[in-house]
Ligand binder design. Structure first.
Ligand code: HEM
Ligand code: HEM
Length: 122
């Protein structure tokens, strides 16, 4: 799970900085919340989860880790694509943002439970 999180996170890093560059070049800052959450939930949070799982492999092998990985990786594209549509004026994308956001929060709660239960001093 550690390596998977780290590999997915660098893909979001590339997408996040490309979007940042696009926003700077076009001076279109409507996409700031999309840029922010791709970088912070996609790159930063996933890299940290990956590094924690590399440091504590016993926490990486649990069902909680797998469920968090899939919830995070299903929720983020749903949330980001819907948010991009919403900030482009597509009001009907609101429920997509809410669904993605809720799944993301659920995944992060499971991640926290996994860390609290299964990360022990080596
Ligand atoms: C080449 C890389 C990047 C470029 C060109 C870039 C560009 C931008 C731009 C144009 C904005 C909007 C500024 C505004 O609305 O006034 C912004 C905001 C932001 N970026 Fe980036 N960004 C980059 C990388 C990153 C990374 C790696 C992160 C986080 C890990 C990040 C986090 C943020 C945050 C949190 C904001 C919102 C700041 C605020 O609320 O004032 N950015 N970025
Ligand atoms: C499911 C998780 C999350 C949800 C539902 C969420 C939701 C939101 C919302 C509704 C806003 C206001 C957007 C706006 O004013 O346009 C926001 C802004 C922001 N969030 Fe999150 N957030 C989440 C996770 C995070 C995480 C994990 C981080 C940091 C590690 C973060 C960092 C920020 C920052 C820096 C801003 C200000 C961005 C700006 O200036 O436009 N968020 N978030």
């Amino acid at each position: 799970m550690g390596v998977k999180f780290i590999k997915v996170s660098v893909c979001y890093f590339v997408i996040g900085v490309c979007l940042g560059m696009y926003m700077s070049m076009t001076e279109n800052f409507n996409f700031t919340p999309v840029h922010v959450h791709i970088n912070l939930l996609g790159w930063t949070a996933m890299t940290l989860a990956g590094l924690i799982y590399v440091a504590f492999p016993q926490a990486a092998e649990t069902t909680l880790a797998k469920v968090h990985f899939w919830l995070h990786n299903i929720a983020l594209p749903v949330m980001m694509i819907s948010l991009a549509l919403l900030v482009s004026g597509n009001e009907s994308a609101g429920p997509g943002v809410a669904t993605g956001g809720t799944l993301m929060v659920l995944g992060i709660i499971l991640f926290a439970i996994n860390i609290l239960k299964n990360v022990k001093a080596n």
